[in-house]
Design a protein around this ligand. Structure first.
Ligand SMILES: Cc1ncc(COP(=O)(O)O)c(C=O)c1O
Length: 476
């Protein structure tokens, strides 16, 4: 915030800012009244007001008429957003596996500050309620469910998923849905259904490394497309790629791409669908972060915009309620027969009991209020993380501004190598995800992804300030 305070009102502003940054005053909370602070800190009313106005100008507080001052939502940060990415326009064989294999192991290490994997803190999940449903399902119908099921999965769970999808205009029958082992198996089945080894899949760049691993495992090539940190894939670049290359399918996030956090506005989604229809290229969409939106409404997936388009939809409950249950789903009308053949061939069917428990959990009510709570927590975590990064990271760093999900993408000044930084950060007990894991061609060597899936506390704050200092050294 720029040097030592010179005036009393600046000192007061610093005092309030520390309370906000330290988490005592979370985003959206009411700050003590001008009178209260005036009494507590022995400052005049006009000095406190001047401090509050300064904080309002800085975007830290907002005044609400007849109600007082509140901590603003959305972090006022000075770091610029990442520029549109410019990957080379040629399909690449993917060799990512060695780069990411340790990340899950580090994520399970309680001694590391958990900025690495995009896994929500277990404290945020509705674990207790879900455990009770699982115990009850085992007691009441354990024997009955100790069987092979249809590869489609539990009918009640598929019904619950279809009912929820209808809310954002995605009209699905339960039989358009098959339950999978997480979103990962949904993506695997989708790619197996529309592509053969050697084919090219067009993807966002950067993109989730697990997706790159699936592409690699299928012997496919990845064509990385220029992607904007706010609005997603550049339709002009997609158009050019579809005109000049043989693309078997596109695989895009429905919203809040991991790691950039970008979401295509609806009109752009429609443009993309029109392009794909013209070139007869199917779309696989990954909507795993769709329920974690910070705006007024859930962004609609591509499938909701055109039910007749050639789309395979993939999602899971891993980011909102149960990463350990490994329950996801795939939705498609056109390709369901092949999806089920492949599901049968790969895993036969999923475990029945967790599906029964999750169906009970969803039908019992309370999932929406759980989602509201975690959305608020993730947004608060992101706000605090952004503010801390803004303070701690070297000048010239760029940072994404996601409107959902719980990861941040940082671009360090050119020359900084986040693989080396990763090793140094681990020595300091901090984990993050290095940028080269998010590209088929090992691009983004000066970038990193930070997860905000764990509640903000002193350990996280210390982790970010240490990481920022290390990044400063790496950037010099
Ligand atoms: C974009 C994206 N898709 C899919 C997955 C994998 O999901 P699941 O754990 O349900 O297999 C992840 C997990 O991080 C993800 O970020």
């Amino acid at each position: 915030m720029g040097g030592e305070p010179r005036y009393r009102y600046e000192e007061l502003a610093g005092f309030i800012t520390d309370l906000v940054d330290g988490g005592t005053l979370p985003p959206g909370s009411r700050v003590p009244s001008v009178r209260e602070i005036s009494r507590q800190r022995q400052a005049s009313i006009s000095t406190v007001l001047q401090a509050y106005r300064l904080l309002e100008d800085r975007g830290i507080l907002e005044a609400r008429p007849k109600s007082g001052f509140y901590v603003a939502r959305g972090a006022p940060v000075s770091l610029r957003t990442p520029a549109m990415t410019r990957p080379p326009a040629r399909p690449t064989r993917v060799t990512i596996s060695g780069l990411v294999v340790n990340l899950l192991e580090y994520a399970a290490d309680p001694d590391l500050v958990p900025l690495g994997c995009a896994i929500p803190s277990p404290d945020l999940l509705a674990a207790g309620r879900l455990d009770r449903f699982l115990a009850r399902a085992a007691r009441v119908s354990g024997t009955e469910n100790n069987v092979y099921t249809h590869p489609r999965g539990d009918a009640r769970l598929r019904g619950e998923i279809a009912r929820r999808a209808l809310r954002w205009g995605q009209a699905l029958a339960p039989d358009d849905i098959a339950i999978t082992c997480g979103c990962t198996e949904a993506l695997t089945l989708a790619l197996k259904t529309v592509a053969r080894p050697g084919d090219t899949i067009a993807i966002e760049s950067p993109t989730y490394f697990g997706l790159l691993q699936v592409i690699e495992a299928h012997g496919l090539k990845a064509l990385e497309l220029p992607t904007d940190a706010d609005t997603g894939v550049d339709p002009a670049a997609l158009d050019q790629a579809l005109r000049t290359k043989s693309v078997a399918a596109c695989l895009f996030a429905s919203s809040f791409n991991n790691p950039l956090g970008c979401t295509m506005p609806e009109d752009r989604k429609r443009t993309v669908l029109a392009l794909l229809a013209r070139h007869r290229v199917p779309l696989i969409e990954d909507d795993i972060y769709g329920d974690i939106y910070f705006g007024a409404e859930r962004p609609r997936p591509f499938m909701a915009l055109d039910p007749d388009a050639d789309i395979i939809y993939c999602s899971s409950f891993s980011k909102t309620v149960a990463p350990g249950y490994r329950i996801g789903w795939i939705a498609t009308r056109r390709h369901m027969a092949r999806v089920l053949d492949n599901k049968f061939a790969f895993t036969l069917c999923g475990p029945a009991l967790p599906q029964v428990a999750l169906a009970d959990f969803l039908s019992s009510g309370g999932y929406d209020s759980h989602l509201r709570r975690i959305r608020r927590t993730f947004q608060d975590n992101i706000d605090r993380m952004m503010r801390a990064i803004d303070k701690a990271f070297p000048a010239g760093t760029r940072m994404s501004r996601p409107a959902g999900g719980f990861v941040l993408w940082l671009v360090l000044p050119r020359g900084a190598r986040t693989r080396d930084l990763f090793v140094r950060a681990l020595d300091e007990g901090i984990c993050f995800a290095p940028g080269d894991a998010f590209s088929a061609g090992s691009r983004y060597a000066n970038c990193l992804r930070v997860s905000c899936g764990h509640p903000w506390d002193a350990r996280m704050a210390h982790g970010i300030s240490t990481l920022g200092a290390l990044a400063g050294t790496a950037a010099r």
